[in-house]
Design a protein around this ligand. Structure first.
Ligand code: GLN
Length: 198
């Protein structure tokens, strides 16, 4: 079975861990660079991206996660995790510095893109490759703008990209760990199992 990590600094990491374990993965909570050793994939959970970024700086995790991905490790960012993966971030407060992103996903994340009126909502989302709609929970969610040529948009909501794939990166604006539907976790497990391109 694959050995995966969930970044366990803040946010919904326990829910991701439980879901992946139910699907048969071994899961380690990642708090320090050494925790990445031997893993094949890492989930960056939803939560509060400025908080997670600050804790990542304190733990010295930015370059180790970049190196983990460069060495073939799959990454999945949901919501705040998506923001951390993006090359550019918009709608961020000034204290969210330029250094506070992995810049691995060739796209811009726009934070809190659905505004106050729709702070949090659930919609049946049509996802490329899935037969039935996915119950997507959005909580102060970002959207993905200006996806580069290597970024495949797998789902849109209101004409805005909310699920993308780029090689061994998966990023979604919603919280698949908060519903009983396991299909996105299964998709990530398939990405983890896919041969590493050389
Ligand atoms: N709005 C949050 C942020 O910008 C993300 C919300 C979430 O992960 N549910 O970090």
């Amino acid at each position: 079975s694959p050995h995966l990590g969930v970044l366990a600094l803040q946010g919904a990491f326990r829910e991701h861990r439980l879901r992946l374990e139910i699907l048969g993965a071994r899961v380690r909570e990642v708090r320090l660079p050494a925790d990445l050793e031997g893993l094949q994939g890492l989930v960056l959970p939803g939560g509060e991206s400025t908080t997670i970024a600050g804790l990542m700086t304190a733990a010295g995790l930015w370059d180790p996660i970049r190196a983990f991905h460069a060495a073939g490790g799959a990454l999945w960012g949901s919501c705040a995790g998506l923001i951390l993966l993006a090359r550019e971030v918009e709608g961020a407060p000034p204290q969210f510095g330029r250094q506070d992103r992995l810049a691995l996903l060739d796209a811009t994340a726009r934070r809190n893109a659905f505004g106050r009126q729709a702070d949090s909502f659930r919609v049946p989302l049509q996802i490329r490759g899935l037969d039935a709609p996915f119950p997507a929970v959005f909580i102060r969610a970002p959207v993905i703008e200006r996806p580069g040529p290597s970024v495949e948009v797998l789902a849109e909501y209101g004409g805005r990209a909310v699920l993308v794939r780029q090689g061994r990166l998966l990023a979604c604006a919603f919280h698949p760990e908060l519903t009983a539907d396991a299909r996105l976790h299964e998709l990530f497990l398939r990405l983890v199992a896919a041969p590493v391109p050389t």
